[in-house]
Structures are given as structure tokens and as C-alpha cells.
Design a protein around this ligand. Sequence first.
Ligand SMILES: Nc1nc2c(c(=O)[nH]1)N[C@H]1C(S)=C(S)[C@@H](COP(=O)(O)OP(=O)(O)OC[C@H]3O[C@@H](n4cnc5c(=O)[nH]c(N)nc54)[C@H](O)[C@@H]3O)O[C@H]1N2
Ligand SMILES: Nc1nc2c(c(=O)[nH]1)N[C@H]1C(S)=C(S)[C@@H](COP(=O)(O)OP(=O)(O)OC[C@H]3O[C@@H](n4cnc5c(=O)[nH]c(N)nc54)[C@H](O)[C@@H]3O)O[C@H]1N2
Ligand code: SF4
Ligand SMILES: [Mo]
Length: 703
Amino acid sequence: MSRTDLDPGMEVTVHGTCPHDCPDTCAMLITVRDGVATKVKGDPAHPTTQGVLCTKVSRYLERTYSPDRVLHPMRRVGGKGPGQGRFERIGWDEALDTIATRLQAIAADDPQAIFPYAYSGTLGLVHNFGMPRRFFHRLGASLPERTLCATAGRMGYNTVVGAQIGTDITHFAESRLILLWGTNPITSNLHLWTRIAEARRNGARVIAIDPYRSQSAEKADWHLAPLPGTDGALAFGLMHVLIAEDLLDHDYIARHTLGYEALAARAAAFTPEVVAGITGLAADDVRQLARQYGGERASAIRVNFGLQRHAGGGNAVRAIACLPALTGAWREPAGGVLLDNAGAHAPDLAALDGRHLLPDPPPRKVNMAQIGKALTELNDPPIKALFVYASNPMAVAPNNTLLRRGMLREDLFTVVHEIFLTDTCDYADIVLPATTQLEQLDVHRPYGTLYTMLNEQAIAPLGEAVSNAELFRRLAARMGFDEACFRQSDEEIAREAHDLTAPVNATLDFDSLRRDGWRRLDLPERFAPFADGNFPTPSGRCEFESASAAAQGWSAVPEFIPPRESVLGNPALAARFPLMLLTPPARHYLNSSFSSIASLAREIGPPWVEINPADAQARGIVHGDRVRVFNARGAFEVDARVVEKVRPGVLVAPSIWWQKMSADGENANAVTSDGAADIGQGATYYDTAVEVARWDRATPSCC
Ligand SMILES: Nc1nc2c(c(=O)[nH]1)N[C@H]1C(S)=C(S)[C@@H](COP(=O)(O)OP(=O)(O)OC[C@H]3O[C@@H](n4cnc5c(=O)[nH]c(N)nc54)[C@H](O)[C@@H]3O)O[C@H]1N2
Ligand SMILES: Nc1nc2c(c(=O)[nH]1)N[C@H]1C(S)=C(S)[C@@H](COP(=O)(O)OP(=O)(O)OC[C@H]3O[C@@H](n4cnc5c(=O)[nH]c(N)nc54)[C@H](O)[C@@H]3O)O[C@H]1N2
Ligand code: SF4
Ligand SMILES: [Mo]
């Protein structure tokens, strides 16, 4: 089975799990010889992984054994900022003492002046949810609102469906019609693409709805390119046609839904012509799409987080989530809609993250997607310490031009626990070495598949690296937190995490999970969660109209909210910055992770922006020109690729390169919006208006 305590010369294979923020959560097999990992591959027995890891994680050894790893604690001796950061090695004792002393002094005044910033470096229940959150809850630090990725869509979806439960990716292989709505699975959800390719071979039709002809859209049977942020209107347009042409499942609607009349009343205004005016699509295409969707019961919608990173993103997902209840597509395992499936796992994480340790009343919340504002504007109290782990905010947070101002504050005490010297580390007072997934034990609850996964520790930590759990165990001891939960070992937390999955894992014991590495949840093989209704909403029905949404201040019935930085949302702004910038994931990187992996960086090359020939010509830009993309927030420089793949009015800059990998020291988040979405304060990266010019002609109208 494992691990680090092997006789010399012995070779073992260890079960691992990809820890990254990716819906596939692949099962890995790690070969270890003499304490050294020699091979990482996908587990061929795991039904979704099928032996295949993506182009990034198949280089996990390059990542783990990279010469660029942070292997010792360090403290800053130079100024803050890129090119300034000079660090000298210190011991763990000095690092922990320095941190504990500073945090205690700040906490004595008000612990809310401490802002823990962690996101998706690892999604493990031990190292993401367990010990680290206990520490900051006990400390009474500000509570980070984890809005960077999916909040608007998830909360919106939940108002309709009741939980983050949707179609099993396995069943997409049997779908007759698949809508890829704001998603590019070839990049971001590879193993779903495998199922989609299978469906196509079986005669299914695949339709991509995306302003950009992504690799997946390229392979689809039909690609519709609406203007960004207009999907809510398109969804209402589909409803309008489904209702007008009676492509409805009246029985399903009557038995399993709530608020049909109110929804129909809202859809009435969205004639195909109106929708064409909003989305930039042809009215006939809206009609055709509705007819095709309504004509197949085994029609599955894959809606991903891309389209909810807009001002109206939460409501757009709500509107889309209504569709399969109108047509009865939920009756089929290969129908329905998938946003994510985290809710199918049902662990109540409250017990893990030590919520009971929170002070009463609980600390204030600080929106992670507005970290720039938090560091520069927040009062009562201002942020005095930033503790970053498992995230790289300087590269990934929106509006990092403002964030930089905050990070440069001399009075801000910044600690970063990292595997690599990221952009964020450039501003750190203390950098601490973190382990990679091969060096730690964890249990995973995938958000895109229906398996519980184990990650066995394969090798001993390199250098003086410690896992998140170990870091906060040590710090808790230094700060005198004497609750028993701070003394739990990783294995004890892993067992506890596993036990929390009991409602859907009744027949799985931890030791057999350790033996096999993964185990499907105890759910029917043909998972059709809402075939007979039973929605986990307050009414038990699919809620087209939601009292709980109204109680939270959102409209009771989904509504169309136009993109904030567009002609529809703000004509004056759009006149200055007429292009909408999308910054979707690049295939070789995982958010900003892997940007420093040399072989991947070589393959993908420097960052670029894609522009439609009409928009390029109007600005005198030719393919290969160096251009400056800018707005009132900031600017970044990249090479232009003039391509038809991107629709007029839109720019696409695949992301996320580290800032320090670009000649100008910026990345696309220099300009992205840090405004909040309609629901849950979600991030709105793609609701960003910009202008572009050849760099030698650009007048910096920003900073
Ligand atoms: N290789 C790789 N894989 C990843 C990631 C990565 O960085 N790299 N990131 C992971 C993470 S954290 C996440 S959250 C997931 C999901 O990540 P998502 O952000 O959903 O990414 P994609 O599936 O690539 O889909 C984004 C697509 O949405 C389109 N889009 C943008 N705005 C709109 C819009 O308003 N309407 C419509 N219809 N389409 C729009 C973009 O053009 C793009 O093609 O991917 C995960 N997988
Ligand atoms: N412009 C633009 N910006 C985006 C997006 C976009 O589409 N466009 N996508 C957004 C989305 S969906 C997301 S989810 C966020 C993701 O943003 P982040 O969660 O910050 O993700 P990463 O960029 O992968 O950075 C994770 C960091 O954690 C480190 N790490 C990995 N494992 C561990 C560990 O076990 N312990 C510690 N201490 N560190 C570890 C890695 O080395 C890496 O530097 O980015 C968002 N930013
Ligand atoms: S990033 Fe996604 S596709 Fe790649 S190995 Fe991890 S889970 Fe699998
Ligand atoms: Mo994400």
C-alpha cells in the first residue's frame, strides 16, 4: 500500500488523488522506490480516470521534484514587491515565533484584523477544510467569503434544485443531445469530454454556447456565440419557445415543480427577437435551439462556472437550471443539468472545520474576490495581517492592480505558505515551505464525480516542507490553543472526514478505502437524482419560484440581469472600453498553478490575447503585434492573435500566467472586475470591459 517506511530497494504503488480544483478529481497511482516517487499515472481501474491524467498533472513529478521548490522557512530582508523580494533562510522555530508573536499582538486588539486567504491549492478535507480552518476559527480571524470561483452559480442553482446535485458525468455518454453551456471540457473537465466523445460516436448532437470557439466548441456539431453575460436572456428565450410550441412535460411540471405560472410570465417577454437583440444571436437560432432541446428527453446540459462570472451570473444559472424540469429531462439519467455534484456527497463539514470554536458573535466576513479593496479600504479594523496558503492571490484575484497597492503596505504583515515562490510570495514577510500531494495524506470529496477518494502519503516531505495541517498544528501549539482537535493527527482527521460521508457511504470503511484508493458513493448505478422529483428544496419541488431566494433579497423568480460592463449595463463605460475581456483557463495551467513548470511553460509559450479580425483591423492591429489591453483599473501587455475564433466585441486572454513570467510584470487580472455578482458576492472576472491598442500607440488611460 504505502509509504515512506520501506526497506531499501522495495518498490510500491501508492493510491493518490489529484488535489487540484478540477471536477475530475482523478485517481492516481504513484510508484515509489527507495523513498523516491518514480512514476505518476492515472489509475486504470478508476471508472472516470480510466488511466488518463491531463497534460498538467501527468508532470506531477516535475512539480514535486522541481529545483524551484520552497524547502525552508524564509524571511524577507529586502523591500516588498517583484524584483525586491530577497529572502534569507530561517529555522522553523524562528518562523513560528515571529508569526505567533505578530498574530497574538494583532489579535489582542482585534483578531478580525487577520485575514486568512486560502482557496484551491488543495481541495482535500484534511488540508483544506480540517486543521487550517479550525485554527482561524479559534483565533477569531475575519471569515473569508470563498467567492473566487463558483459562488453565484452554486447559490443560484441551489434556489432552484435545492443542492449541488446534478447529472452524473458517466451518463453523458448516453445523452442524445448535449449543451455545453459556457464550458470548455477539453480543457477544464477532460474526463467529461471522453463521455461526450462517446455520446457523439453513438449519434448524439453536441451544441456549444460560448462567445469563444474553444477547442470543445470547435468539435461541437453546432456553435452559438452569444455576447458574454447574456445567457440568462437566452435561457428565457428557450423557455419562451418551449412554452409557445408546447414542448413541455406537463406531468413533470405539475407533480414536481413550483411556480410555473410565474416563470412562464417572466419568459413571455423574451421572444426570440428580443433575445436576439440582447445576445447577438439570430432569432431563428434561438428557436432552433429550443426545438432541439425540447425534442430530446435525454438531453443533458453541462453548465460550468464560466458563464456565472458576470454581474447576472447567479440568475443566469438559475434560469438554465429550470430547463430540464420544463421538458422532463430529469427523468433520464442521461438528461438533466450538471453544475457540480458536491452536494451528492453530503458530508456536513461543520464538524471538521471546528465551527464550534468561533467566537459569538462570529467574526465579520471579507470577500476574497475583493481582497484589493479589503487591504486598501477596510476599516474597523483594517487588515493588519494576511495569511495566505493554498492560493496565489497576486496572480488569481481580480483587479490585482489595486491588490498590489494593498500588498505593498509596509505595515501589513504577510505570511505565505507555498510550494513555489509565486507572485504572492514577492510581498511576503515570511514564506513557509508547503508539501505537495505526494507528501501528505488526505481524503477527497470530488465536486464533479460520485466517488470518495483517498490520497495516501507516498514520500516523506522534501526539505523542511510541512502540510497545511502540520503548519496549523504547530502554530496552534505556539499560540496556546489547547483544544483536543489541534492535537489530532492527519490520519485521525482523515478518518473523521471519511466518517462524515457515512450517509452516502454506509458500506465503506476507512480501511477498505485505503486499500482501494477510491469508492463510488452508495447511490444507484443509474443515477437520475430527480427522476421522481424529490428535490431537496424547502417545498420538495423544483422551485421556479423560490421563497428562500426572496428571503435573501433576490428575486423570487429568476431574472435576466445584463452584464455590468457592457452596452446594456453601462453605455458610457462601453463607449470608452468597447470590448469584453474573457480570461478562461488555459489548458496547460490550472489557474496559476503549473505556471512555473518549465516544460509546460515552454509548450504553451508566453501569454496572448485573441481578437476578431474586424476589431483588430479597426485598431490597426495585425497578428503577432504586441498590444496593450487596458481599462480604468489597469493594463497588461501581450501578443495579439487575430482569429475568427473569438466573436466581434470580445477579447479572449487564456489564463493564468504568473505576473513575473511576463515582460511587463502584469497578467490579465490587472484589468478584471472585482465587482460582485448578483448572488452570493461571487466573482465577476468575465464582466470586464477593456480597450486594446498596439503597445507603442497606447495612451495609458488608466493608472
Ligand atoms: N486546464 C485547466 N482546467 C481547469 C482549470 C484551469 O485553470 N485549467 N480550472 C479549474 C477550475 S478552478 C474551474 S472553476 C473549472 C471551470 O472552469 P470554467 O471557468 O468554467 O472554464 P471552462 O470550462 O474552460 O469554460 C469557460 C468557458 O466559458 C466561456 N464563457 C465565458 N463567459 C461566458 C458567458 O458569459 N457565456 C457563455 N455561454 N460562455 C462564457 C469561455 O469563453 C470559456 O470557453 O475548470 C477547472 N479546470
Ligand atoms: N482572470 C481569471 N482569474 C481567475 C480565474 C479565471 O478564469 N480568470 N479563475 C478563478 C478560479 S475559478 C479559481 S478556482 C481561482 C483559483 O485560485 P487559487 O486557489 O489561488 O489557485 P492556484 O492559482 O492554483 O494557486 C494555488 C496555490 O496553492 C499552492 N498550493 C498547492 N497545494 C498546496 C498545499 O497543499 N498547501 C499550500 N500551502 N499551498 C499549496 C500552489 O503552489 C499554488 O500557488 O482563480 C480564479 N482566478
Ligand atoms: S487536473 Fe483534473 S484532469 Fe488533471 S489530473 Fe487533476 S483531476 Fe485529472
Ligand atoms: Mo475555480
